[in-house]
Design a protein around this ligand. Structure first.
Ligand code: M6R
Length: 602
């Protein structure tokens, strides 16, 4: 999972590539590189670590005047993050950048080695450039490229430059995203998402799987299955969101604080006086649905699990929830009448995308809940509900989760109403509570300050348990995931009632338990479970609107009368807790080790 960019034009190419890669750094940041082809010369740079290292390395390099450039930011899959493994990979006179995995690279490599090709890296990607140069021996460049692509199995977004055709960038896409843009100045841009193109390109094409072709300054040709395609340009209408942190220490912190205002966007036009309405989702969409299956990964999976309580309780419809990477090989029995929902912030998660394809193939109706319009998942799903969270830059998902929860809450009400499972009064009360969400999500500065202070206590110990019941169980899972991701401390989410079936054996004063104790959902039951832990000396951080004396630390939440409002407020508190612990530990909150924002590999 990596990010790639490309450019054809007169402007300073180094700047365009570095700026573009900055926008894609969320896709991987263990090394980066670029190559510029100008005046028949190709210059390349690679560096290990974040993009700033590449920026330093290219400080004295200038590349104004017509030329081509390609760039790459890497998240290692084959081979360690080293300079040799960083892209671009090159042959004698050609350079490539690649996102994806070439599954048959070993056999291609073996064959090329037998023909005396020299491999510098351990990557799967390097075979592409040598295979191209091999094919070039007997073919003109485009045919050589076509032959190369036809040999590759797996996933790829590829940009290739060669001195054999110095005015063209060759490209190909399969199962990972690639976008081409152009403007009136005859400049051409490439990106793994449209964000690097915003402000530069006017029109874009979202390439389809198996598309390949070439671009020159005044000509773009796309093939699919041997035939040239007509070009379908889309206006690139999104305005560039401010990349600034607005005074916050990290994007994650900014994104936590943004949740209140952003929730207005998520609800806008959807929560009416006495109804819920989704744009582009006609009433008949649910007509023949008698079951729901939801697939997602990570945080999105936790949103899915939360919604299963809502769908069954409110909409009275059977729901199963599956981790996408499990589902895709499970050979599930899929039945017509099942609505298949996928949830994804990025819309590019490989496992979720594949789950969606399986469901489509089985003829199920599909619905995506996604934050990125025009992403692969959105383009494939029958229908989409956008979460409207705006670009999320922190690798640890915060506002994306919250807006997923809001969409799912609204969807459960919509479905319930549609199926006649709820009364008018019930719906009106839910709507009243939905409208309180922006206020509930406002970060309470006093609580934030308290978390900042008490985070000191929670830096060591032998582990964390986050516990809760009902919808607060998936929230506990999410709290634990958040902490793990950015603090690197061991944390587990558990249903409170399950602790006595094994995990309580770990209890001692070095075991930190974060207990979610809402007043509206099984308070007494959860309280007993927490008391059991406290009796065994576990250190308890209780989060509740009800004072709880035996807790070592206590965060008092507001007195909401609706479990979802308690859920949302506690969600913010858990996000702040992991943020403050991570900051105290001196970690890079926005780019935690080993992770990437968008997981486009299996
Ligand atoms: O983009 P997606 O929602 O499909 O991503 C799924 C997970 O990779 C993602 O939620 C991941 O767990 C986050 N880093 C959580 O903070």
């Amino acid at each position: 999972m990596c990010g790639i960019v490309g450019y054809i034009g007169e402007q300073e190419k180094k700047k365009i590539i570095l700026d573009g890669l900055k926008e894609l750094e969320y896709r991987g940041y263990d090394s980066a590189g670029m190559a510029v082809l100008k005046d028949d010369e190709i210059t390349h740079f690679k560096s290990v670590g974040k993009l700033e290292n590449l920026a330093k390395k290219t400080k004295d390099f200038e590349s104004i005047g017509f030329g081509l450039a390609i760039g790459h930011t890497r998240w290692a899959t084959h081979g360690k993050p080293t300079e040799l493994n960083a892209h671009p990979h090159f042959g004698k006179f050609s350079y490539i950048v690649h996102n994806g995995i070439i599954e048959n690279y070993q056999e291609i490599k073996k064959e090329l080695i037998s023909k005396k090709y020299n491999f510098l890296s351990q990557t799967d990607s390097e075979v592409i450039v040598h295979l191209f140069e091999e094919n070039l021996k007997e073919n003109e460049p485009f045919i050589a490229f076509e032959k190369t692509i036809n040999t590759l199995q797996g996933t790829y977004a590829i940009l290739l430059m060669t001195k054999a055709e110095p005015n063209k960038i060759f490209f190909a896409k399969n199962l990972v995203p690639l976008i081409i843009g152009k403007n009136d100045k005859k400049e051409v841009f490439f990106g793994s998402s449209d964000t690097p193109l915003i402000g530069l390109a006017k029109d874009v094409i979202y390439l389809n799987d198996k598309d390949y072709g070439y671009a020159q300054k005044d000509n773009i040709v796309i093939y699919n299955g041997k035939k040239p395609k007509s070009l379908e340009w889309n206006k690139l209408s999104i305005s560039k969101l401010s990349a600034q942190k607005d005074g916050y220490r990290f994007f994650m912190e900014k994104e936590i604080y943004e949740q209140s205002s952003i929730s207005n966007e998520t609800l806008m036009g959807r929560v009416l006086k006495d109804d819920i309405k989704f744009e582009n989702l006609e009433e008949s969409f649910f007509d023949d649905i008698n079951e729901i299956k939801i697939c997602a990964c990570g945080t999105s999976f936790h949103a899915a699990l939360t919604s299963s309580y809502l769908f069954e309780r409110i909409s009275k419809i059977r729901v199963s929830v599956e981790i996408a990477s499990e589902f895709r090989y499970k050979e599930s029995l899929l039945q017509k009448g099942t609505l298949f929902i996928v949830i994804s912030q990025s819309g590019e998660t490989a496992d979720t995308l594949q789950a969606l394809k399986i469901a489509k193939k089985a003829g199920l109706k599909t619905l995506a809940i996604c934050n990125v319009d025009n992403s692969s998942i959105v383009r494939i799903s029958d229908k989409t509900l956008l979460t409207r969270a705006g670009i999320e830059k922190g690798v640890a998902s915060t506002k994306a989760f919250t807006t997923q929860i809001l969409v799912l809450w609204m969807l459960s009400l919509k479905l319930a109403k549609n199926k006649g499972k709820i009364s008018k009064a019930f719906l009106e009360n839910e709507i009243k509570n939905l409208l309180k969400v922006p206020t509930v999500l406002k970060v309470d500065e006093k609580i934030h300050e308290k978390i900042r202070r008490l985070s000191k206590r929670y830096l060591h110990g032998h582990g964390f348990f986050f516990i809760g019941r009902d919808i607060f169980y998936p929230l506990a899972l999410e709290g634990a995931l958040k902490l793990k991701e950015i603090s690197y401390l061991h944390a587990e989410g558990y249903p409170s009632g399950e602790m006595k079936h094994g995990p309580i054996a770990l209890a001692d004063s070095e075991l930190f338990t974060v207990a979610l104790m809402p007043k509206n959902t099984l308070y007494e039951k959860t309280k007993s479970n927490v008391e059991e832990l406290s009796a065994r000396d576990a250190t308890i951080l209780a989060i509740s609107p009800k004072t709880f004396d035996i807790a070592d630390d206590f965060i008092k939440t507001k007195d909401h009368d609706h479990p979802m409002l308690e859920f949302l407020e506690m969600g913010v508190i858990l996000q702040l807790l992991s943020l403050e612990i991570s900051i105290r530990l001196g970690n890079d909150v926005d780019m935690p080790r080993n992770l990437a924002k968008s997981v486009t590999v299996e």
